[in-house]
Design a protein around this ligand. Structure first.
Ligand code: F6R
Length: 286
């Protein structure tokens, strides 16, 4: 695992959007694992901007979302299918048939979970998995006690998650009680994982996931086992980490991040370079 701390939310978002854009641009057959939620809205907005201004081409992409609420049809305003169509898919040149979410209205939910795992396999596996983190420590909707080897399945949402998502539904009792989610094991199978967390309210759970022991009580701690996982944070979300000086040292010394540091207009790390994000141009991978 590596931890990248950026000066502010915009810079953290920019880095994650650029990592995704590079995957789309340099992998001839990108298979993106995607997340929803408030944190990702600005990532997708940035990718839409890159599509419009820089010609970022999504035509070869296939996507698999982490999760979907049980019982909500895709056209429900709260369904994750609706969220994805609205924030990304309908705004870029991706064929909707290449975008996948579990069907939370399937008559046989268990069969739907198996079908979803099969589709990911047929696509050759996820090449880049984007993740957020919930206050319960979940990735996807893998609530506390999810097995590290769990696969796509139906889960009950934890009370913390229902409270976290209540503002979106207006009231806690309107939040569905269950969802289909990729399992922790499904997520760990992705070739690369990138987790983005921003804001002070994520600081405590990030510290436990990154620096705490591996425990199924915090699903995100399983990412410590992943061979290629990057956790991108703003200063606020990094606020409770004990070793942040070490993570900063690694990031500034690590040649693999040179490409990002060289981007002309990104607010990097200490906030040294603060010119307009509009000036960024995609560069081919070295
Ligand atoms: C949603 C998902 C969740 C969210 C997490 C953070 O598809 O997988 O794990 O990423 O709950 O949500 P926000 O960004 O709303 O705090």
């Amino acid at each position: 695992m590596e931890v990248v701390i950026q000066a502010n939310t915009d810079a953290a978002t920019e880095l994650v959007a650029r990592i995704l854009a590079r995957e789309v641009q340099t992998n001839p057959r990108p298979v993106l694992g995607l997340a929803t939620g408030r944190t990702m809205e600005s990532v997708y907005a940035r990718m839409v901007q890159m599509h419009r201004k820089e010609g970022l081409d999504f035509s070869a992409c296939r996507t698999f979302n982490l999760d979907e609420y049980v019982g909500l049809p895709g056209n429900d305003g709260h369904a994750y299918r609706h969220y994805m169509n609205h924030h990304l898919f309908r705004q870029v040149n991706i064929a909707l048939r290449n975008t996948h979410l579990p069907d939370g209205t399937a008559a046989n939910l268990e069969a739907e979970c198996e079908r979803y795992e099969g589709l990911i396999d047929q696509a050759g596996g996820i090449t880049l998995q984007l993740l957020g983190i919930g206050h319960s420590g979940h990735i996807g909707f893998n609530e506390p006690l999810s097995a590290f080897r769990s696969r796509t399945r139906v889960v009950a949402l934890a009370p913390t998650t229902i409270r976290q998502n209540a503002p979106i539904f207006g009231r806690a009792d309107k939040v569905p009680r269950s969802a289909i989610t990729m399992g922790v094991g499904t997520i760990l199978d992705g070739r690369r994982c990138v987790l983005l967390a921003t804001g002070e309210d994520k600081a405590e759970i990030i510290a436990r996931a990154v620096e705490g022991p591996l425990t199924s009580m915090i699903s995100a701690s399983a990412l410590q086992l992943h061979p290629d996982c990057t956790v991108v944070l703003d200063e606020a979300a990094a606020g409770r980490l004990k070793k942040s000086d070490y993570y900063r040292w690694i990031y500034t010394s690590e040649p693999k991040w040179d490409w990002f540091r060289k981007l002309p207009a990104v607010v990097i790390g200490s906030g040294r370079n603060t010119s307009s994000l509009e000036d960024c141009r995609l560069e081919p991978a070295p």
